[in-house]
Write a protein that binds this ligand. Sequence first.
Ligand SMILES: Cc1cc2nc3c(=O)[nH]c(=O)nc-3n(C[C@H](O)[C@H](O)[C@H](O)COP(=O)(O)OP(=O)(O)OC[C@H]3O[C@@H](n4cnc5c(N)ncnc54)[C@H](O)[C@@H]3O)c2cc1C
Length: 422
Amino acid sequence: MTTAWYLRQAGCEVTVLERHATAAEETSFANAGQVSPGYAAPWAAPGVPLKALKWLATPHAPLHIQPDGSGFQLRWIAAMLANCVPEAYARNKGRMVALAEYSRDQLRTLRTSVDLHYQERSLGTLQLLRTEAQMAAARRDAAILADLGVPHEVLDMDELETVEPALEPVAHKLVGGLRLPNDETGDCHLFTRRLEQLAREAGVEFRYLVEVTRLGKRNGRIDFVELDDGEALHPDVVVLACGSFSRHLALPLGLSLPVYPVKGYSLTIPLTNPDAAPRSTVLDETYKVALTRFDDRLRVGGMAELMGYDHSLDPRRVETLKMVASDLFPLAGDVEAGKPWSGLRPMTPDGTPLVCGTGIGNLYLNTGHGTLGWTMACGSAKVLTDLILGRAPEVDASGLALTRYGRRAQNADHVTDEAAVA
Ligand SMILES: Cc1cc2nc3c(=O)[nH]c(=O)nc-3n(C[C@H](O)[C@H](O)[C@H](O)COP(=O)(O)OP(=O)(O)OC[C@H]3O[C@@H](n4cnc5c(N)ncnc54)[C@H](O)[C@@H]3O)c2cc1C
């Protein structure tokens, strides 16, 4: 949606092709609601392989892996593990923070230029630490944030309660927090739907209930876009922004996008006692669960399952979200009335999205944003618009290109069997 918006603002004629009846019905439907450049970091981090092994045997663990029978899953996990070294982590985090900070600033500019509301709040986000070991790790993170110039505050218990008064009854379970005052929150679904209205008024054409079945290549360019009713479109430029499903359309073109569907869960709880709820987002570091305050709801999101393109709701994961909500804000809302949901994060092994051109002249990518797709949405779309129009992006886009995955990703004759399945 942001790609359509920024391209239209730059004067392009834009048509959005979407297989659902309306916008934001997939991963952008019920995410955790954070616009959080301060927490922009790859999941592939030093220490994660060891933690992952422990999590596999821990109840309420944030990670679950189930073989999906594909070589792609194994290659993706191997590539992710290869990124769990300090140099790769620092490089990837640097790229993500730069794009995410730029993106938050673009979002703020957008909000001042149009009437765009989505139960947004600009009260920062707060990581809750339950152990001294977590507190020590947060101090190390704070040092990295200082290097990157991201404002932050390490809080003791008194300060924590000043920021989030509803934590007072559970203060004995916590040791402190790390606060990112410039982070924002809101409902990504409301944002996307409202931006759709604005984009439509600005002249973007929306075609819903059409599935793109194939991109046809000729003479090194996309010649046609085939729809499920057999119609073929002939656009000048194609932007592939299909979230976790982008890979399926790219494979037959010889492009192996390293974008794996990492399933996450959320639970949206109606508030019965708003004073007992957080004012903004709090993140429980122990369970890697985020709790975000909307006007009259609490959105609880987290978990990571690697098990292919599967949307099923595992009751054990939903139970974890309920447990964390009840543990931190026991009086805030009706947990049992919460609406569970799952979405597939389009994740790259290095956590950094693909915002770039390809070896195919008129084909561009805006996908692979993983855990932080909303946080990076406005910035990615602005960068891509600049690339398409031959302008220099305002942030360094060289690290967002598919070329960082080498020849294997760009000339994927070896994956034609997978392409046939897709
Ligand atoms: C539990 C959870 C919590 C999260 N929390 C946050 C958060 O707090 N902050 C944050 O920034 N990010 C968060 N994320 C990540 C964020 O939601 C995603 O990165 C983002 O929604 C991805 O957006 P997208 O537009 O790339 O993909 P999507 O929203 O999935 O959109 C892709 C669209 O392409 C369409 N499509 C696919 N294939 C075709 C086809 N062949 N033809 C036509 N249409 C097609 C789909 O129908 C879909 O509408 C979270 C994700 C999850 C799962």
